[in-house]
Design a protein around this ligand. Structure first.
Ligand SMILES: Cc1cc2nc3c(=O)[nH]c(=O)nc-3n(C[C@H](O)[C@H](O)[C@H](O)COP(=O)(O)OP(=O)(O)OC[C@H]3O[C@@H](n4cnc5c(N)ncnc54)[C@H](O)[C@@H]3O)c2cc1C
Length: 521
């Protein structure tokens, strides 16, 4: 992906997508595929919004089934199954364990019924019941008092930021243009109210320009109503914050995810092995803070998650000392303001207004369906020759029958192909054997740092360490102990002088302390 300034960028487009999260990236990919000339703009870094701060699950959502949201669950299960086939190395199966206790939480029968329906949606039985002894053998340290057994079932897991990046990178390779740190100041309309363009600002250089298009997709998640107020009376976006704690594997040595019911409010909490760490979450509270600022976990949310762990893993005495980082994101949830946060619907909406098509709500899992719904709604404003029906696989096919390489293990190849697509071979070609080792505590190899710095349009150290790779949340203090090696890998390709490096390092440390902090420490 080449860096481009606003003045270097073409001024006329078939379609402009606002928002570089999963929703915008999905629309961007499919719009380029059907032959449109498309520009995507993101006011911060790609995936900076909610789409790098999710629970990283590609899932139907068992709990949505319990709430009677059958259609959403079924659609999500279908998407999960399709994405699992089309995205090896990026979206991978995730086994989830659910303990059954005699004194609280759903009983064996209710869970068995729910999991059977869930399996039917995927056209196969995907759950197994275990007696207590077999169950505890799979989850060392889990509370055994009143445990009567437990289930295992399957969903899927992803690196959310890399999912967004792979969509954007492949759309750019296919002819699209994507600009980060570029904000829409205004959507331009003629005297009849029809869209004829947008006004863009580079948020850092101050450069600004007008761009022509008759079709604008507003995929700005929680920000959507700033550009397109809800046309439905009483229905508005309700920004709900969800936060996670990331633990070191040693603190909670799980090989499978586990879901348990929080004793305080009966909400399900997940502890999920992810990329070398363990993700604990999530909370669900009204955000109530300025959306332009980095979200961060509050002290009560942090205490709530630790209390949940204490209730189910009392013997492990997990405390703030074992936390690597925290991560908070804001869900774009459509609400009539009547329900508790966790009961709000996760459905998406599409609103159309004379060339402006807004798509918001929804989930990471359903991005492809949301992209098709959006393009269908945009059809009246697009060139008439365009067919918005797409049946192709979402990603470029990558090799799956990998042979053992002398130096690079098969699982590393699979992971690289999943995250970067066919350019995975360049990552290996442009590095040496020492850079194929994983960074301690993560599944990331050192070579990814140089590749991302060189080719993935980063402006700041935080773009590199928090989104292109995730070592900023997976290693202690944001990767402080690795900073010399990171510097050696990325500075030559970024051409940052001493002053710029020092400035970036200081800014990154300050950002980490405010947005990924560990309360109480
Ligand atoms: C804690 C949490 C856990 C979740 N877990 C899951 C999960 O496990 N599985 C799942 O399927 N879903 C999950 N979700 C939901 C999912 O993450 C979101 O639905 C999804 O990421 C929203 O993507 P988006 O692209 O619509 O919004 P965002 O990712 O927020 O992207 C919108 C982008 O628009 C940009 N923008 C805003 N205004 C402008 C402007 N004027 N100009 C240019 N750019 C602009 C923003 O900077 C932002 O990057 C979770 C959500 C949360 C909060």
């Amino acid at each position: 992906m080449e860096k481009m300034t606003l003045s270097e960028t073409d001024k006329k487009w078939d379609l402009i997508v606002i928002g570089g999260g999963i929703t915008g990236a999905g629309v961007f990919r499919e719009a380029v595929r059907i032959g449109l000339k498309v520009l995507l703009v993101e006011q911060n870094d790609f995936s900076w919004g909610t789409s790098s701060r999710s629970s990283k699950m590609v899932h139907g959502g068992l709990r949505y089934l319990k709430e009677g949201r059958f259609l959403l669950t079924r659609t999500s299960v279908h998407e999960r199954e399709r994405l699992l086939k089309e995205s090896p190395g990026l979206i991978e199966p995730l086994e989830i364990l659910v303990p059954v206790y005699s004194d609280h939480g759903p009983g064996k029968q209710a869970l068995s019924l729910g999991l059977s329906i869930y399996g039917l949606m995927a056209h196969e039985k995907q759950h197994t019941y275990y007696e207590p002894k077999a169950f505890t053998a799979m989850v060392p340290g889990v509370k055994e008092d009143k445990l009567v057994g437990g289930f295992s079932f399957y969903d899927a897991q992803v690196d959310d930021a890399r999912l967004v990046l792979r969509l954007i990178n492949e759309a750019v390779l296919a002819g699209g243009t994507a600009l980060n740190y570029t904000q829409v100041r205004e959507i331009l309309r003629d005297s009849r109210g029809s869209v004829y363009g947008i006004h863009l600002d580079d948020v850092e250089t101050g450069e600004s320009a007008e761009f022509q298009t008759e079709t604008v997709i507003n995929a700005t998640g929680s920000w959507a109503e700033k550009l397109h107020p809800s046309p439905k009376e009483g229905l508005h976006l309700r920004p709900l914050r969800g936060s996670h704690i990331i633990l070191a594997q040693e603190a909670l040595p799980l090989t499978k995810a586990i879901s348990f019911i929080h004793p305080e409010d009966n909400r399900p909490i997940f502890a999920t092995p992810w990329e070398g760490g363990v993700l604990i979450g999530t909370t669900d509270v009204d955000h109530g803070r300025d959306l332009s600022l980095e979200p961060y976990i509050s002290d009560p949310e942090f205490a709530y998650l630790l209390e949940g762990l204490e209730a189910y893993f009392p013997s492990l005495s997990i405390s703030e000392d074992q936390c690597l980082s925290t991560l908070a994101g804001v869900r774009p949830v459509l609400s009539e303001g009547k329900l508790a946060p966790s009961k709000e619907s996760r459905e998406s909406v599409v609103w159309t207004d004379k060339g402006l098509v807004t798509v918001t709500g929804g989930k990471l899992t359903t991005f492809r369906k949301m992209a098709f719904d959006t393009l269908k709604a945009a059809k009246p404003f697009l060139p008439s020759s365009i067919n918005t029906v797409v049946s192709q696989a979402v990603f470029t096919k990558v090799p799956v029958n990998l042979s053992e390489d002398d130096m690079v293990p098969k699982e590393v190849w699979r992971r690289l192909y999943g995250r970067y697509g066919l350019v995975a071979t360049d990552i290996v070609k442009d590095s040496d054997a020492k850079e194929w080792e994983t960074i301690p505590g993560t599944n990331t190899i050192w070579a990814e740092i140089r590749y991302a710095a060189k080719h993935e349009n980063i402006r700041h150290l935080s773009d590199l360490l928090l989104r292109r790779v995730r070592i900023g949340i997976l290693t202690p203090e944001g990767g402080k102990m690795h900073m010399d090696r990171i510097e050696a890998l990325c500075r030559p390709v970024l051409s940052w002088d001493d002053r710029k490096w020092s400035h970036e390092k200081t800014a990154y440390e300050a950002l980490w302390k405010s947005a990924h902090r560990i309360p109480r420490r």
